[in-house]
Design a protein around this ligand. Structure first.
Ligand SMILES: [Zn+2]
Length: 213
């Protein structure tokens, strides 16, 4: 089963936005359309993708600032963990605090359930709740095909973890989420974080200085 994956950094904070697609059905899911809506839309149109869902690892503005724009051009339903709705609602405050451009923001279409399966064509992602960076932080595990992959948002980075000093952050929760939900995955699993370079679960289990097994 072929999988299309295009991950690229967007905006001031270089949030990794990912387009995951099923080449057979041309259905796609967009993860964290944080900024640069035009660039994301261009890639979606160029690939001829039908957007099924716009999903978010959490509701810091650098991860959802372009959601409304991409949705207006390409369609798709937006998803969030309900526990981050308060941050979504604070988008104007976030734009001032983070120095990001004010974004046009639509209401969230649907809330995730932990363990929910989101399908796109012959592929699917499993929703994993991983609170800590924010109360509603969520990771997505590719649950189809041979490739083992996890989109870790700002929960786990290469040799680092997300900050927990922002409103709603909790380091103990973050460490628990990483140990029980991410370090338990196959060591060969590729990790695409919310910012910065990719890594593997096994490498972080062995070498991450912030959360040790
Ligand atoms: Zn964040």
């Amino acid at each position: 089963m072929n999988l299309f994956l295009d991950s690229f950094p967007v905006g001031l904070f270089q949030c990794n936005c990912s387009i995951l697609g099923c080449p057979q059905s041309k259905e796609a899911i967009v993860i964290d359309p944080g900024e640069e809506g035009d660039a994301i839309t261009k890639r979606l149109k160029a690939g001829g993708w039908t957007v099924k869902a716009l999903i978010h690892t959490h509701a810091h503005l650098d991860h959802f600032g372009a959601t409304a724009d991409v949705k207006a051009c390409c369609g798709g339903r937006s998803y969030l963990n309900k526990a981050d709705q308060f941050l979504w609602d604070l988008h104007e405050t976030q734009s001032m605090m983070l120095g990001l451009p004010r974004a046009s923001v639509d209401p969230v279409d649907e809330y995730f359930q932990d363990g929910q399966i989101l399908s796109f064509g012959q592929h699917s992602l499993e929703v994993l709740f991983t609170p800590g960076h924010t109360p509603g932080s969520t990771c997505f595990r590719l649950a189809s095909g041979e490739r083992q992959m996890i989109f870790s948002g700002d929960t786990l980075f290469r040799r680092s973890v997300g900050r927990t000093d922002l409103p709603g952050g909790d380091f103990d929760e973050l460490a628990k989420s990483i140990k029980t939900r991410l370090y338990t995955l196959d060591g060969d699993s590729e990790v695409i974080p919310g910012h910065g370079p990719a890594t593997r679960i096994g490498d972080e289990r062995r070498g991450n200085p912030f959360v040790r097994v």
